[in-house]
Design a protein around this ligand. Structure first.
Ligand code: FMN
Length: 170
């Protein structure tokens, strides 16, 4: 019943405020993600928590990588890119590692998507706001390298987490 309620209540919130999830909440979220169905138990998902300086550094990487993709990008586009990760106090980059396995990569992607949905439902249960995003930066090898990923890995999403603006939680 609680699960059904979380499924029905989950929705995306485009702008999330402080406070960010606590360390304890993050443990719960990542633990929930780890319970996802996973063929051969390969755990193909990689969760990279971006908070504070690490998040700010990735914002700068997103700007410089946008300039490499599109050298003619204007000030407005660059400012927009720089502000993207500021839409939440904490973002988790979730990648699917291209593991050496006879399983089709699509199965690894499917397992990661299930892990992300577990994480989103757990966030909903904890009263946190969330949103799953991708965008061009998710496909950029410079961004992947900055996250410690290989170019052939796949960024399944940037999961924005924080406090819903209308939330009374402190
Ligand atoms: C793989 C994936 C990538 C997404 N990327 C974006 C995105 O970059 N920008 C966006 O506005 N919505 C994106 N969405 C959709 C939102 O996360 C959201 O699910 C959708 O807007 C529906 O709103 P709801 O979650 O409140 O039902 C993405 C969803 C998925 C599954």
């Amino acid at each position: 019943v609680e699960t059904l309620r979380a499924i029905q209540e989950r929705h995306s919130t485009g702008r999330l405020a402080e406070p960010a999830p606590t360390a304890e909440q993050l443990d719960t979220l990542l633990g929930a993600a780890d319970h996802a169905p996973d063929h051969k138990r390969l755990k193909p998902w990689r969760f990279i928590v971006l908070h504070g300086e690490r998040k700010a550094a990735l914002s700068e990487t997103m700007v410089s990588s946008l300039l490499l993709r599109d050298p003619g990008a204007g000030e407005a586009a660059l400012a927009k890119e720089r502000g993207k990760l500021d839409r939440a106090p904490l973002v988790i980059a979730v990648a699917t590692a291209r593991l050496d396995t006879p399983l089709p990569f699509e199965e690894l992607l499917a397992a990661t998507a299930a892990a992300i949905q577990n994480l989103l439902l757990a966030a909903t249960d904890l009263g946190l706001g969330s949103m799953w995003r991708t965008g061009d930066s998710a496909y950029d090898p410079v961004v992947k390298a900055a996250l410690g990923l290989q170019a052939q890995d796949f960024i399944s999403g940037f999961i924005y987490l924080g406090t819903k603006p209308d939330s009374t939680a402190t």
